[in-house]
Design a binder for this molecule. Structure first.
Ligand code: SF4
Ligand code: SF4
Length: 462
């Protein structure tokens, strides 16, 4: 039971142990590679893609401007964002309840970068696990110096590319390209951010590695409350595998009662987090499937059925039960469907123009002449389209008129694409049209005669 008290990647003093996972090349690794490299292509190409001259994806937190698949979102769209985040969390929970940590092994950026880029470079330059161990423990020779220099130089370059891509999603590729054509001192914040992100990515992928999954990532910690006996995880079939025992090369057939596990230890040697999956599901398992591929290779060699380690649930192994649609899955699915329906409605009813009208604070009403009352308002107009819009404001029941303070005397204003326009205006209403001290008004915004949005406010009078 030693594995319950220790983290495979840490020593007794709490220091980290260098992991040397053996390289593996099986069916699942190939499938994961195709999927993972496709994700990487999208990740690196997406910042260059534009829709109507706007980035396909932009998450500009500082300017609070978000573009998702060409659609602009402002802070006023926060309910949509909050709901989308909620859906993402419920989806992850639902997915984990049913399929365990499959996200970690197949789509998590940390695993994809680590296993498909950085680890591949390491194997290519330093060789497989044993060669890497020998190199690290050996003296500094010319061979060690050039291998280490080449590896870390490539790690820095790739970290730099990742940092650039990361920043391109935050500030946009056009802003980032200015760094290549202007002095860094003209955009010092961006330049410093690039240096910091490059250093962080280099440190994570060159040194910190699996500790991100084991210590930092909160998702791994959630496993113990999300998984049950019916969740699909990377699991060792202990019914078939035990009692394990070394195979005797001179025996044509292994004598009973030995199970199918020949205790070769290959599943442990390929594990990047240093665990033995034969001890059961553990927090450190990132579902990378390396142990499945490794064990399949062994089973083929000794002529026994594959999938001694496989994707399965504990019930599937002990009772040969297929995946069941449990009450918990039904409850999560219902919540997910409801949330997605609300999000779809919010997105479908989202207006191209958003208008916020607030009465100016501290002022009740004015009397510009004996027959008229006026109120001052602050206006915020958000144009969520990529095109410039000429907007005309009107009072719905036409009991009065609108006069802008700073723009012009008419009620028409131009708002550039994806911009917020702020100004102030007066509403003037003849006294004869006012029958109460607080009249409800509806203000409409038109473009070329088409109603774009409408908002409500109130008008104060004596
Ligand atoms: S690779 Fe398979 S056979 Fe070898 S120790 Fe692991 S489970 Fe047993
Ligand atoms: S136990 Fe298997 S799937 Fe889990 S991290 Fe180790 S090698 Fe990957």
């Amino acid at each position: 039971m030693d594995f319950r008290d220790n983290v495979g990647i840490l020593d007794r003093q709490g220091g980290t142990k260098r992991m040397y996972p053996k390289s593996v090349d099986g069916f699942l690794f190939k499938a994961r590679s195709i999927f993972g490299y496709s994700l990487l292509v999208f990740l690196f190409v997406a910042p260059f893609l534009k829709v109507d001259g706007q980035p396909l994806l932009l998450f500009n937190i500082l300017e609070r401007k978000f573009i998702i698949f060409g659609q602009l979102f402002f802070p006023q769209d926060f309910p949509i964002f909050a709901l989308a985040m909620l859906i993402f969390i419920v989806f992850i929970v639902l997915f984990t309840v049913v399929f365990g940590r499959v996200f970690c092994g197949w789509a998590c950026p940390q695993t994809v970068f680590m296993e498909l880029i950085f680890r591949r470079i390491e194997y290519w330059i330093e060789g497989d696990a044993n060669a890497q161990r020998r190199l690290n423990e050996g003296k500094w020779t010319n061979e060690k110096i050039w291998k280490k220099t080449l590896k870390h130089a490539l790690f820095w370059i790739i970290s730099f590319l990742i940092a650039n891509t990361f920043l391109a999603y935050l500030v946009g590729i056009d802003e980032l390209q200015k760094l290549t054509t202007h002095s860094p001192f003209e955009n010092i914040i961006l330049f410093v951010s690039l240096v910091i992100f490059t250093t962080v990515f280099y440190y994570v992928f060159a040194h910190f590695r699996e500790l991100v999954c084991i210590i930092v990532c909160p998702y791994g910690r959630l496993q113990s409350v999300l998984l049950d006996n019916r969740s699909i995880v990377v699991a060792y079939d202990f019914v078939r595998g035990e009692p394990r025992g070394k195979i005797n090369k001179n025996e044509a057939v292994v004598t009973p009662p030995k199970g199918d596990c020949i205790a070769c230890g290959l599943c442990v040697q390929v594990c990047p987090t240093g665990i033995d999956i034969r001890n059961g599901t553990q927090l450190e398992c990132i579902n990378c499937t390396a142990c499945i591929d490794a064990c399949d290779e062994v089973m083929v060699k000794i002529g026994r059925p594959k999938k001694l380690i496989r994707y399965d649930s504990i019930d599937g192994i002990t009772q040969k039960k297929p995946l069941q649609f449990t009450a918990r899955i039904a409850a999560y699915t219902t919540v997910l469907v409801l949330l997605v329906s609300v999000l779809t409605y919010l997105l479908a009813s989202r207006k191209a123009v958003e208008m916020v009208v607030l009465r100016a604070q501290g002022l009740l009403y004015q009397q510009p002449d004996a027959l008229t009352i006026s109120n001052l308002y602050n206006l915020e107009l958000m144009n969520k389209t990529a095109q410039k819009l000429d907007l005309t404001l009107k009072l719905k029941n036409e009991i009065g008129s609108i006069r802008f303070v700073n723009v012009n005397q008419s009620a028409s204003i131009t708002v550039q694409g994806q911009e917020v326009f702020k100004t102030s205006f007066f509403i003037l209403i003849p006294k004869k049209n006012l029958h109460t001290y607080k009249t409800k008004l509806q203000i409409e915004a038109y473009t070329n005669g088409k109603l774009m949005t409408v908002t409500e406010t109130s008008f104060a009078s004596p």
